[in-house]
Design a protein around this ligand. Structure first.
Ligand SMILES: C[S@@+](CC[C@H](N)C(=O)[O-])C[C@H]1O[C@@H](n2cnc3c(N)ncnc32)[C@H](O)[C@@H]1O
Length: 287
C-alpha cells in the first residue's frame, strides 16, 4: 500500500544517521534527569540528535537551538529540511546502483567528492547505511575512511523517517548551525537548558574515538568546556553534561555546584560484542 504524504509525516521523527556516542539507548535515564521547565533547549554537540528528536515530539512550548562543528552533518540536517524531494531521489539512485554491485559502488562513492549539497548529503546517508558498523569516522585530512559493512539488504532510503524529520525541522522553533560549542555562551539565557554531549574523554589508551571531524577533541577543549559550564551556571542556565567515567572529568566538576551521577551504558560502537557491556558514564548537572 502506498502511503499518503499526510500519513508519512505522522511518523515520529528519529535520528537519520547512526552516530558514535548516539544517546538513543540512554534516553529514559536522560529524560529522568531533565529539569521540569526550561525555555530554549541548546545542544551544541548535536551528532545524530537523539535527545533533540525525542524532545521535539514530546515537549511543547520549547524552542530549539542546535549545532555541531561537523559541516557535512549540519549540511545533512539543512538539506533534509529544505530539499527533501531531491534528496530522496538521489538516495534512490544510490540504492539502485548499490544493488548492482555493492562493493564496487560503495568504494566509488566513498572516494568521490560531490559538489552539490544534495549529492554530498545523499553520499553521507548512503555511506552511513552501508559502511561497517554504520559509523561516521574521518582521517586527519577529513576523508571518510570506514570500510564496507556486511549487510544483505540495508535500508538506504528510509523515506518515512526522512520526510518526518524534514517536516519537523521546518518549524520556526528550530535553528541549526555549524559552529564550535563555545558560541552557545552568547545565546543562552537564564532559564534555558544546555545539554552537552561532547566526544568523550578516553578512559584508556585504546578507548579513544574522537574522529567526528578532522580535529580531535583535546584536553584543552575539555577545559574550555568546563569553564563554559561554569559561566553558563553563573548566567542562570540549566546545564546537563554527559561524559565518560574518567578521573579528569570528575575532577573538573568536583565543585559543589555539580551533581554527578554514574549511569550504566552499553557501548554499541565496540565491534567486539563482549566489550559492549558493563560500561558506566557520567551525567553531570547544576540543578
Ligand atoms: C558524542 S557526539 C554527539 C552524539 C549525539 N548526542 C547523539 O545522540 O547522536 C559528539 C559530537 O560533537 C561534535 N564536535 C566535536 N568537536 C566539536 C566542537 N569543538 N564544537 C562543536 N561540536 C563538536 C562532533 O562532530 C559530534 O557530532
Amino acid at each position: 500500500m502506498k502511503l499518503q504524504y499526510s500519513q508519512i509525516t505522522q511518523t515520529t521523527p528519529k535520528p537519520f544517521v547512526k552516530w558514535a556516542g548516539g544517546k538513543r539507548q540512554l534516553l529514559p535515564i536522560i529524560e529522568q534527569n531533565l529539569p521540569e521547565k526550561f525555555d530554549t533547549y541548546f545542544e551544541p554537540f548535536l551528532g545524530g540528535g537523539a535527545l533533540l528528536f525525542h524532545l521535539l515530539s514530546t515537549k511543547e512550548n520549547v524552542t530549539y537551538s542546535v549545532s555541531d562543528l561537523n559541516s557535512d552533518l549540519v549540511l545533512a540536517y539543512t538539506t533534509i529540511r529544505d530539499r527533501i524531494d531531491n534528496l530522496i531521489q538521489s538516495l534512490k539512485n544510490h540504492e539502485k546502483n548499490y544493488h548492482k554491485n555493492s562493493k564496487e559502488y560503495y568504494y566509488n562513492i566513498r572516494d568521490s567528492t560531490p559538489r552539490s549539497e544534495i549529492e554530498k548529503t545523499s553520499r553521507l546517508l548512503f555511506l552511513n547505511r552501508t559502511c561497517f558498523n554504520g559509523l561516521y569516522r574521518v582521517n586527519s585530512s577529513g576523508k571518510f575512511n570506514v570500510p564496507l559493512g556486511r549487510y544483505t539488504n540495508p535500508n538506504i532510503v528510509n523515506e518515512e523517517n526522512l520526510r518526518s524529520v524534514s517536516s519537523i525541522l521546518q518549524s520556526n522553533k528550530v535553528s541549526i548551525k555549524c559552529r564550535d560549542f563555545e558560541s552557545v555562551l552568547n545565546d543562552a539565557k537564564k532559564g534555558d537548558l544546555v545539554y552537552f554531549d561532547p566526544p568523550y574523554q578516553p578512559v584508556s589508551d585504546t578507548a579513544n574515538f574522537t574522529s567526528y571531524t578532522n580535529r580531535d577533541f583535546t584536553l584543552d577543549d575539555l577545559s574550555r568546556l568546563s569553564e563554559l559550564c561554569h559561566k553558563l551556571d553563573e548566567k542562570g542556565c540549566k546545564v546537563l553534561l554527559s561524559n565518560s567515567d574518567s578521573k579528569v572529568v570528575s575532577k573538573m566538576f568536583s565543585n559543589k555546584t555539580w551533581n554527578i551521577s554514574k549511569i550504566n551504558a552499553n557501548r554499541s560502537i565496540n565491534s567486539n560484542s563482549k566489550k559492549r557491556t558493563g560500561h558506566f558514564e557520567l551525567l553531570i548537572k547544576n540543578y
